[in-house]
Design a protein around this ligand. Sequence first.
Ligand SMILES: Nc1ncnc2c1ncn2[C@@H]1O[C@H](COP(=O)(O)OP(=O)(O)OP(=O)(O)O)[C@@H](O)[C@H]1O
Length: 653
Amino acid sequence: MEKISVAVRFRPSAAGDAPSDRHWRVQDKSISLVAPGSGVSFAFDHVFDPSYTNAMVYDLLIKSIIQAAVDGFNGTAFAYGQTSSGKTFTMSGSEEEPGIIPLAVEDVFRTTKMTTDREFLIRVSYMEIYNEEINDLLTLGNQKLPIHESLERGFFVAGIREEIVNSAEQVFDLLKHGEANRHFGETNMNARSSRSHTIFRMVIESSKRNPMNLGDVSNTDAIRVSVLNLVDLAGSERIAKTGAGGVRLKEGKHINKSLMILGNVINKLSESGRQMGHIPYRDSKLTRILQPALGGNSKTSIICTVAPEEVHIEETRGTLQFASRAKRITNCAQVNEILTDAALLKRQKLEIEELRRKLQGSHSEILEQVILKQRNDMHKSELEREKLAMELEEERKARETLELCIKEQQKKIENLSSLSISSYNTSIPTQQKVNSTIMFDELSVSRSDVFRTPNFKAMADDFVVKRPSSFRTVDSNLILESFDNTADEDLWMQLNKGCITDLDMLQITPNMKHQSSLEMSLEPSVDEEISSKRHDSSETDCGFKREQLEALREKCTIMERECSLLREEKASLVEALSLSKQDNEHLSAQKEELLKELNTEKHKMKELKEEIRQFSLAFRQREGLLTSIYTKSKAIMESLNASEVSIPEVCDS
Ligand SMILES: Nc1ncnc2c1ncn2[C@@H]1O[C@H](COP(=O)(O)OP(=O)(O)OP(=O)(O)O)[C@@H](O)[C@H]1O
């Protein structure tokens, strides 16, 4: 796989100044528009300013393609650009400065002469696409030729004259002849404007000279056939600028249309992967002929010619965009070899053997082992995942139980708090309440304060109290788990040690030892002390449980993460497995096909052996017959020589 190489060539400006002086800045291999804020910059394989000659362009961009064509690779070079930008000058050149085509022709013959171990046969043809019709430039009147496609030849122009050539001079004569038939015309922009796309084609065939080792089929029996296309495109043109009308206008429309299709093909090919979609090669004759050169089996170079003048900035920008898209196209060139039947058979056998060896060897075993291992891994990870899922479920359940537990504890604490305050309120007279309120004030009593701990909830318009550590509440643990079940008086009595079950207004029951109100308020009862202790321990318990819950939550999150990682791993394993399966299937199919081929080959070999056996049998019979005829003839001759007796009859058979 290799990218198309793309170069941009500036022709000298009409005013005679260099492009970099004015509108385009050329720096090494990049071109940018000088205009401030334009932001236009392009990079290519080469940028040739007007100081580069045709020979330099050839050496830097084309020479390698010509060498490759002699070695059996297809090659294409074409010039693209607006009208009058120097395409014909680049491709054909002048007497003083030959262009790419004559330089390439000379190079081909020079190289073939130097390649002494091969014999070459070179054919040339020269055609033009004029108004979307293909004309043969070497034979006048051979016009409107169709494009055909075949497995061996690919795309070819049917009926075109192909001349076998032995020297560069012979080709130059043909080119001269073809030039005379080519369509040129005068426009406002070019006195000799190409009105057609021209394709000069060389087909280079070669085979090994005097092969010494007839058993070696790797190269000796193969014939290399490569096609070299050197293309001078007609230039895109703005009718307003060229001033074309009548015939010129019709030509211009055809030229622009086919160049637009070429642009579309380049655009599509420059897109990557799936975006590429259908490539519209068939939309024009030009793209059909150039198909192998664009994204196919060919080494390709494009020279984009541009005019440096300000008036052509838009066209130049368009050409540079075309060029930078073309630079993204990848081709896949390979040596084109045609094998004789015998060589083909031998080579196929070798290939079959090689494939069979691969298949029977370690490859398929390794693949099977890999599949087995992947299956095991997947099974293991599935088990692990299930185990983790179960653990996760258990953790979740434990967390829910804990949360429930905490909620109940909170409820208990809340009730307990309200109980202690009511208990206090009911146990002291009003005056003392006032006093104690004052005392509470001192002990930081606040109205509708929002408690900082979540175990207490503020109620609207109610006193809430922050107790000092000396202040104790009633025994909260003695209160039932839930206040819903308050019907069981006895239980309540027992639990509250003499307190009645009116939760809104708890009163001291008669069994309780009556103390002075002040005492009650300031010196908390034993119950209250216990209650306070329990309350404290409950809060500690709650905190502990909360910590536990947090830890559980964390554990849960980790496990969930692990679970999702395992799930991902499983998915990738499943994918790998299916790929391996596909590979295996593919290999099995290949194996089957190969075995079939092998059987056919065996069968053929058997038949050949049989033929050889029969042939040698017949040969031996003939040999015997001939020997007997010879002996008889000899005897006759001898007898004739000895005496003039009559000639005995010789058996016909
Ligand atoms: N690099 C160059 N050096 C000197 N002269 C050049 C160069 N490039 C082009 N020219 C001259 O510019 C003129 C137009 O060039 P040419 O005919 O090659 O353009 P073109 O792109 O083939 O145009 P069209 O598309 O109309 O056929 C010619 O006179 C040619 O000699």
